[in-house]
Design a protein around this ligand. Structure first.
Ligand SMILES: Nc1ncnc2c1ncn2[C@@H]1O[C@H](COP(=O)(O)OP(=O)(O)O)[C@@H](O)[C@H]1O
Ligand SMILES: CC(=O)N[C@@H](CCC(=O)OP(=O)(O)O)C(=O)O
Length: 296
């Protein structure tokens, strides 16, 4: 019994330098994909982010909800089509996506509120936050899919300053104030860069980055931007990991200190990454930080 209590104290002591280091620092958490599918996991993620807020960090959640958009599209008899991982978004699909992302956004707000922290749910339209232009995929017209051209962080700064936890849905406006659907990874990366986040964390459905996805021994716990870019160029990385890794390197090159790809299926992976010496998942860091030990 005494041993157990001591262990708990040790865990808290281990967390101390991390709490000090990240005090008042902005951490952007991209939450979506399969990591969002299960209610129990959702509760754990929200608990973790809320705890980060309560110990003095400034988290921002940027969420996806692609699976739910597909589910609701199917309910109205619309088949979901993707080109290079991006949803082909006609006018009707845009309306469905906006409704569904709004619903997901407010569900996350309720969950945070329930834990005693004040959250504000917005989309990239609010406060003129996310400005886009129409995106083409390999020259192909994919409808109302937005390429982010600019992020105005003022609303986020104001919310953080007033101690709210911002929760952002990946929707933006173009020059003509038309609504666009944005890949949530792109939105999280652009927001992390614009607010000068110290950390950007992608919660996904795999342990992290592998050189060869079929070889568990090829797991990469940490990688520099140059090495990651080499991997991207090599053509080994596939699926959704390819644009995700591109967003990771872009964030680090634009001032985000550390980017992490974590397995959102592992309960409390966020806490394990941030508060323990070992860390979990894959960390992407600047070339000059290659020799640094740990995450401090
Ligand atoms: N080398 C690789 N390492 C890790 N994951 C990879 C790799 N190559 C392809 N993938 C795929 O990328 C997926 C994660 O990207 P994605 O599906 O876009 O995530 P999410 O929807 O959670 O944002 C993994 O489930 C995996 O199947
Ligand atoms: C243009 C585009 O593809 N937008 C995405 C937005 C949601 C998203 O990215 O959700 P996940 O992170 O859960 O996949 C979509 O419509 O599915």
């Amino acid at each position: 019994m005494e041993q157990e209590v001591l262990k708990k104290a040790e865990v808290l002591i281990e967390a101390l330098p991390y709490i000090q280091k990240f005090n008042r620092k902005i951490i952007v958490v991209k939450y979506g994909g399969s990591a969002m599918s299960n209610e129990e996991l959702q509760k754990n993620v929200i608990k973790d982010v809320t705890l980060l807020k309560l110990v003095g960090f400034k988290p921002i959640i940027v969420h996806g909800g692609g699976k739910e958009i597909s589910k609701w599209s199917e309910k109205v008899g619309k088949e979901s089509k993707f080109v290079n991982g991006l949803r082909v978004t006609d006018q009707e699909t845009m309306e469905i996506a906006e409704m569904v992302l709004g619903k997901v956004n407010k569900r996350l707000v309720s969950m945070v509120q329930e834990l005693g922290v004040s959250a504000v749910g917005v989309s990239g339209k609010d406060g003129g936050m996310i400005h886009v232009e129409k995106k083409y995929s390999d020259g192909q017209d994919i409808g109302y899919v937005g390429e982010i051209t600019d992020v105005n962080p003022k609303l986020l700064y104001d919310l953080l300053e007033k101690d709210f936890l911002p929760i952002v849905a990946p929707i933006g406006l173009d020059d003509g104030f038309k609504t666009y659907n944005i890949n949530a990874d792109d939105a999280a990366c652009a927001i992390a860069k614009a607010v000068g986040a110290d950390k950007l964390v992608f919660l996904t459905d795999i342990e992290g980055l592998y050189i060869d996805i079929n070889d568990k021994g090829s797991f990469i716990p940490r990688i520099t931007v140059s090495d990651a870019e080499e991997l991207i160029g090599s053509g080994i990385i596939g699926g959704g990991m390819l644009p995700k890794l591109g967003n990771c390197t872009s964030a680090v090159k634009n001032g985000v200190n550390r980017v992490h790809i974590l397995d959102g299926r592992i309960p409390h992976c966020l806490l394990l990454e941030i508060f323990t010496n070992e860390g979990v998942g894959t960390m992407i860091l600047r070339d000059e930080d290659k020799q640094l030990v740990g995450d401090i």
